[in-house]
Design a protein around this ligand. Structure first.
Ligand SMILES: [Zn+2]
Length: 1030
């Protein structure tokens, strides 16, 4: 490729270019394929200085001027693109010695980008003004200002200095700070806003219910509205994107230390954790890091005291892994009275002869083999060598008494490695619609694809399954088919089980086999399945008997069943019926649709948990499939439901395949039990999540558990806590790893205790509060009317804010809504929660609702935040450095400010990536620039109509923009916890996915709820009533 072009472009403003040139040449790399040492594309072509500002083609269809884009009119660096780039070129390998991100920094330096440029200011004087104007446009996103400096356009909600202190201890040392910068604004009366704020859409192309159709209209409709005039300036109310971006900027270069005197970053943040004795917030987060002494103090805040747990969460590669400790036959030391496991907060007395339990204060004898002398301060001399005494998260290998059954003669740990059963729907619908083809594709990729074969890296990576892993393949329609996959066979032997009343496995050997030894048998079977069954096409699948038969083969071993299903299983015992009844929606009886009273399915779920078996479902339906009943088994056993409604083979196969890869390779355990212990004075009140709990306050049981599952535990008081004594919590998860080892993972946390509600409020974890409320609300949906649950959420939001107003805020005019600093975006999150499919009002199919509700109960912590409030990245005005590794922070991608979820923020001609952790939409404005389309999708693509509506990936094109966008997609994908990311195209006025896009704009009126501003006004009205300000 002609690198001279890029050099010429790069050199014009670079005073250091002579110094850097040699390096630069060495590091020249194409933005094609995946860089071997980094996941992101390297940047090559800086077409011009900041922001591309693709113009919309032709005259502005809306007539009104567009102030926000005017400054950019219209120096399009891409016209004509061919002069710049020449002919497209084949991807080339990255040159040796060009070492990924590290090299990038130098390369970017060589391109005239200074530190200042990272903030968006171009190096060339001629371009500064353009950027500066653009900055103004995004003033509410600015994160690089000194936190204490007021932001003109955003005075009441400027990022407070206290939220992300540069050093630890700031919170502790500045008690008076709280309330010094109250989050206030003055809402007008509701009548002033409702209706006027959001004009009826004039653009017929867009989905109804979404307000203004252009920036111009929005500007016109909202002009002059600010706090001084008694109305609400939308820019002046708390912004989730701004707060996320601010936190990310801090944690790009700072780790979170778990004994820091401030709360953890928002769950969505990409950050590294240093375990100082408290559990990493990736595994567990308290709703508050100062615990009230009594229920009365807690009630003053109206906040829940709870712990959100995700015990097997994925860690970052630069974090210390969880230590695994083996105490041999004796097992880990535990309190004799309350059975708490040894942890960093137990104290040693009598020269090290006894340890005092941090939960119940019982003095235990130290077992002789665990004895160590202590120093003057009571610290064991061997403390630093003992991870269980210094780390918040440890894992103990446990002896036989913790096992569900002892090893049999000749059995080894390896024989206990997780067993997988692929249960494949081969009935008519699966054959016809492609669910079968996609599923076998997924199995093959998950088992056999690896990076050495030139495959693209898939999230989580593909590696061999642990030694000893066995798999089985079973297919079903009206009959059940088992396969002998013995490696010595030329081809798999099929055995049919037609008896659905009392099915059994008609094979003594060859059902569970080593997937690598039998690779050729398995691959040829999988390849032949779609053809084989397309000749049969039984219309009605029989699922319950199939699950019973498979469970029979796993009763002793436990394991994980991954089952595909394309239509309602209407055959044989336990057959399901079309239960959906739209007349019931919105009535008292509606809740029956969200769960199952089908006793045989409920019994099956319990039996599976008993056996340490979990069920994952891959549902690819075109009609009602009774997700309520099917998903009941998955959620009770700790499994997952992957739901691809209206499955389209070309669009959804890549996503399904990657989901399957993820399922097989994420951290997984089985046969699990969990128990949470807490300090005397507190007690466990309630658990929420996807698990089996047989008795109230009994242990949680999971057939399987994995990295993506979270649950909550809330606490109540059964006494009082001592002010000077810390409060302690420990969660212990007993499980069998997928390698077959029986272990207990312990999560420990300590928190200060205070009788001052202000102290409590200062260290509230907003995300944890939101997660708790989401989980508890989603749990109630099966036994309370939806309307009541929604009402309770609103009431709770009002209660929290009015209690704050009553008890803790500084005096202020009654017209002001005051939000606690730590809960600035809480009201917006509550609104977003009310707009989820699981909890929104209005008509939602019961399949969709139950699926969403179970997601809310168990989804990964980081995903929930995005699920409620999406990440929106504009890509039509990226600065040249954005979407490439950041110069200032190694390994960090430079991300443009994320956008507020409102149509008012959408620009004419704009293109946006919108991700809510379940689907990722590439939304394109109808008047998008043809040049942009060509740069993004390849030569000759200049209109939206030319795009493949089912495209799931950005094609590789040799342009700067293309590399940027692919990097951003990769970044979004890395951020996700539980679901693979594939793009879905939403071209304005053309694609059904626009409806999804509209649903994600949670600040707008829609989803049967108010717009954000109206919501705040609504909440504020009730707060005023509560406080008695009227
Ligand atoms: Zn104890």
């Amino acid at each position: 490729m002609d690198t001279a072009i890029y050099h010429a472009l790069a050199q014009q403003d670079d005073p250091n270019r002579q110094n850097r040139q040699p390096q630069q040449q060495q590091q020249q790399a194409l933005p094609s394929g995946h860089a071997p040492q980094g996941i992101y594309q390297q940047r090559v072509i800086p077409p011009q200085q900041p922001g591309y500002g693709y113009p919309p083609p032709g005259p502005n269809p809306y007539g009104a001027p567009m102030p926000s884009t005017t400054p950019l009119q219209f120096q399009n660096p891409y016209a004509p693109p061919t002069q710049l780039y020449g002919a497209p070129q084949a991807p080339s390998q990255q040159q040796e010695g060009s070492s990924g991100i590290g090299g990038l920094t130098a390369q970017m330096g060589g391109m005239g980008i200074t530190d200042g440029a990272m903030g968006g200011v171009g190096a060339s004087p001629g371009t500064v003004s353009r950027t500066a104007k653009k900055k103004q446009r995004h003033a509410f996103h600015e994160i690089d200002q000194a936190p204490s400096a007021p932001v003109a356009s955003n005075p009441p909600f400027s990022p407070a200095a206290s939220q992300f202190p540069g050093q630890q201890g700031q919170f502790g040392s500045q008690h008076g700070q709280f309330g010094a910068q109250p989050n206030t604004f003055t809402p007008g009366y509701q009548q002033q806003l409702t209706g006027s704020q959001f004009p009826v859409p004039a653009n017929p192309q867009f989905v109804p219910g979404i307000p203004p159709t252009s920036q111009a209209q929005y500007n016109a409709s909202s002009s002059g509205r600010d706090s001084s005039s008694g109305q609400v300036d939308p820019n002046a109310i708390p912004s989730i994107p701004a707060s996320r971006d601010l936190a990310q900027a801090h944690y790009n270069t700072n780790p979170y230390a778990t004994l820091a005197q401030h709360g953890p970053p928002p769950t969505i943040t990409d950050y590294a954790v240093i375990d100082q004795g408290n559990v990493s917030p990736k595994f567990a987060r308290l709703t508050m890091y100062t615990i009230p002494t009594s229920q009365e103090i807690l009630n003053q805040t109206a906040l829940p005291l709870a712990w959100i747990l995700q015990p097997l969460a994925k860690q970052r590669s630069d974090e210390a892994p969880v230590p695994v400790l083996d105490f041999g036959e004796a097992g880990p030391p535990r309190c004799r009275r309350c059975r708490t496991y040894i942890n960093p907060f137990m104290t040693f007395i009598q020269g090290g002869g006894k340890f005092v339990c941090n939960m119940c204060s019982f003095p235990n004898e130290v077992p002789p083999e665990y004895f160590s002398p202590v120093d003057m301060s009571g610290r064991r001399l061997d403390r630093e060598q003992r991870p269980e005494l210094i780390r918040g998260t440890v894992e103990f290998v446990v002896p036989k008494e913790y096992w569900s059954r002892p090893l049999e003669k000749g059995e080894t740990i390896e024989d206990r490695a997780l067993k997988w059963v692929f249960l494949i729907d081969v009935s008519m619908e699966a054959c016809n619609r492609g669910g079968l083809t996609a599923f076998v594709e997924g199995i093959k990729k998950a088992l056999y694809s690896d990076l050495s074969e030139g495959e693209e890296p898939v999230k989580g990576g593909i590696q061999k399954l642990p030694k000893g892993t066995k798999i089985a393949i079973v297919t079903f329609d009206k009959e059940i088919h088992f396969y002998n996959l013995n490696p010595s066979l030329d081809a798999a032997h099929m055995m049919v089980m037609p008896d659905l009343e009392d099915p059994f496995v008609p094979l003594s050997t060859g059902l569970f086999i080593d997937p690598y030894e039998s690779r050729s048998v398995i691959e040829s079977l999988l390849d032949s399945l779609p053809k084989m069954f397309s000749a049969i096409k039984n219309p009605e699948p029989a699922l319950l008997p199939t699950l019973h038969a498979v469970l029979g083969s796993m009763e002793k071993s436990g394991g994980r069943i991954i089952c595909s299903l394309s239509s309602l299983p209407t055959w044989g015992p336990g057959r399901l019926f079309l239960r959906e009844d739209t007349k019931l929606l919105g009535t008292e009886k509606e809740k029956a649709l969200f769960t199952t009273e089908h006793q045989s399915w409920r019994k099956l779920a319990n039996k599976m948990v008993d056996a340490g078996v979990g069920l994952d479902l891959f549902l690819t339906p075109h009609a009602y499939i009774d997700a309520a009943t099917l998903g009941y088994v998955s959620s009770t056993t700790g499994g997952d439901v992957f739901f691809y409604p209206n499955f389209v083979i070309s669009r959804d196969t890549p996503r399904l395949v990657d989901d399957m890869v993820h399922v097989l390779h994420r951290e997984t355990g089985y046969n699990a039990l969990m128990k949470v212990r807490c300090s005397n004075g507190l007690q466990v009140a309630n658990y929420s999540g996807n698990f089996l709990q047989r008795t109230v306050n009994g242990d949680l049981e999971f057939g399987v558990i994995d990295a993506d599952k979270s649950m909550s535990v809330s606490f109540s008081y059964d006494g009082k806590l001592e002010k000077k004594v810390d409060a302690h919590f420990q969660a212990a998860l007993l499980y069998t790893t997928r390698e077959g080892e029986r272990r207990v993972r312990c999560l420990n946390i300590v928190a200060a205790v205070s009788d001052n509600g202000k102290d409590v409020l200062r260290l509230v974890d907003q995300d944890a509060v939101v997660m708790l409320m989401a989980k508890e609300a989603a749990t109630k949906i099966v036994d309370r009317p939806l309307k009541e649950i929604r009402g309770n959420l609103t009431e709770k939001a009002v209660e929290i804010l009015s209690q704050y107003r009553k008890n803790f805020s500084a005096p202020s005019p009654p017209g002001q809504l005051i939000l606690p600093e730590a809960l600035k975006e809480f009201a917006l999150f509550m609104l977003a929660l009310l707009k989820t499919r699981g909890l929104r009002g209005g008509s939602v199919s019961s399949d969709m609702r139950t699926h969403s509700m179970r997601l809310l109960k168990a989804m990964p912590m980081a995903d929930l935040s995005t699920y409620l409030y999406p990440l929106i990245i504009p890509i039509h005005n990226l600065a040249p450095t954005q979407g490439f590794p950041d110069q200032a922070a190694e390994g960090v991608l430079s991300i443009p400010p994320t956008l507020r979820a409102s149509y008012s923020r959408i620009e004419e001609g704009g293109v946006y990536l919108v991700d809510n952790s379940q689907i990722c939409i590439l939304w394109l404005h109808a008047h998008v620039s043809p040049n942009l389309l060509e740069d993004l999708f390849g030569p000759g693509i200049t209109t939206l109509q030319q795009l493949d509506p089912y495209m799931s990936e950005i094609p590789v094109v040799e342009t700067h923009l293309n590399a940027q966008v692919r990097n951003l997609v990769q970044w979004l994908s890395e951020k996700r916890g539980g679901r693979a990311l594939k793009l879905q195209l939403a071209r304005q006025g053309m694609d059904g996915a626009e409806y999804e896009f509209a649903g994600m704009l949670v600040e707008d009126r829609g989803n049967d709820e108010r717009a954000y501003v109206d919501w705040l006004v609504h909440v504020h009205k009730f707060v005023q009533l509560e406080v008695g300000c009227f």
